[in-house]
Design a protein around this ligand. Structure first.
Ligand code: G3P
Ligand code: CA
Length: 290
């Protein structure tokens, strides 16, 4: 990073309220070298429509602390929690707004998205579930005393999404020291996005989604604390190679693997020594991994 870039990062970080010096504590919730931490993927999405408040509550009812979600920006700059970059699969957007193909999230306002039914596709009893804003989502996590693994989805489509995400997190108290230390990780498939989050808020724990070559891991360790790969792409040697390195906060890099939905795969991943498992079926994975 050039001096000028570093100075600019510090200026923006200060605006975002960052403690610019790196705090020593970091809350990657402990796997304690025992059972992997279980993350409810898009909420407990085997039991309720993904990325809705119902899926957050389903995870809570199962006693799962950590919830993963996906965040994107609407046309009017509101952060909403939805996985696909289009609304077709998980809402009734095509019926409610015919003629708006391809029903891209970025082409709709927050008010329009708030009208959509994001539950019926999953089951009649979820009819009327909404696509939550990130703010609504954070409030539900707070009510349930849950923690957040937040994915910035498709950051290349949304310039500035990192800054806006951090702005909302800060406004809602999610960048307070206790949450930063114990209850928040920001991850993305976009390395530049993860780097940006790290530059803006060096205290926030970050994760890179993917399986970088072992030789490239040191360059990732400069800006991230976790390497989070598909479970189909890793073996025990890869997990060990990641964990041997220290991440952006001087602690061993962690491995949270996805999306593991059955007991046999979960046991296998636990045997590989992963730190966390991201799953649609958190009860199954918890039971399988002890
Ligand atoms: O958190 C890991 C996982 O969510 C990445 O894949 O496509 O489900 O967002 P995806
Ligand atoms: Ca995700």
């Amino acid at each position: 990073m050039s001096v000028r870039t570093a100075a600019a990062s510090v200026a923006v970080a200060t605006l975002l309220g960052a403690c610019v010096s790196m705090p020593s504590a970091h809350a990657q919730s402990p796997s304690a070298q025992g059972s992997p931490v279980v993350y409810a993927h898009r909420g407990a999405s085997a039991y309720a429509p993904e990325n809705t408040l119902a899926a957050v509550d389903a995870a809570d009812r199962l006693g799962i602390d950590w919830v993963e979600n996906d965040v994107q920006l609407t046309r009017d700059g509101v952060l909403v929690v939805v996985h696909d970059t289009t609304l077709s699969r998980t809402t009734d957007a095509e019926e409610v707004f015919p003629g708006r193909a391809p029903w891209a999230v970025k082409d709709f306002t927050a008010a329009e998205i708030a009208k959509l039914d994001a539950g019926s596709w999953f089951g009649a009893r979820f009819a009327g579930a909404r696509v939550p804003t990130l703010t609504q989502y954070l409030h539900r996590l707070e009510r349930n005393h849950q923690k957040l693994l937040l994915e910035i989805k498709s950051p290349e489509i949304y310039p500035g999404i990192e800054k806006e995400t951090l702005r909302v997190l800060r406004r809602e108290g999610w960048l307070d020291r206790s949450r930063v230390e114990h209850g928040l990780v920001v991850q993305s498939f976009g390395a530049e996005s993860v780097k940006t989050v790290h530059a803006l808020r060096p205290d926030v724990v970050t994760g890179f989604l993917g399986t970088p070559a072992v030789a490239d891991l040191p360059s990732y360790a400069a800006f991230t604390d976790q390497i989070n790969p598909s479970y189909t792409s890793v073996g025990p040697d890869y997990v060990a190679a990641v964990q041997k390195l220290k991440g952006a906060h001087g602690k061993p890099l962690r491995v949270n693997t996805w999306t593991v939905n059955d007991a046999a795969d979960a046991s296998r991943m636990a045997g590989f020594g992963v730190d966390g498992i991201i799953t649609n079926n958190p009860d199954v994975v918890r039971d399988a991994t002890g």
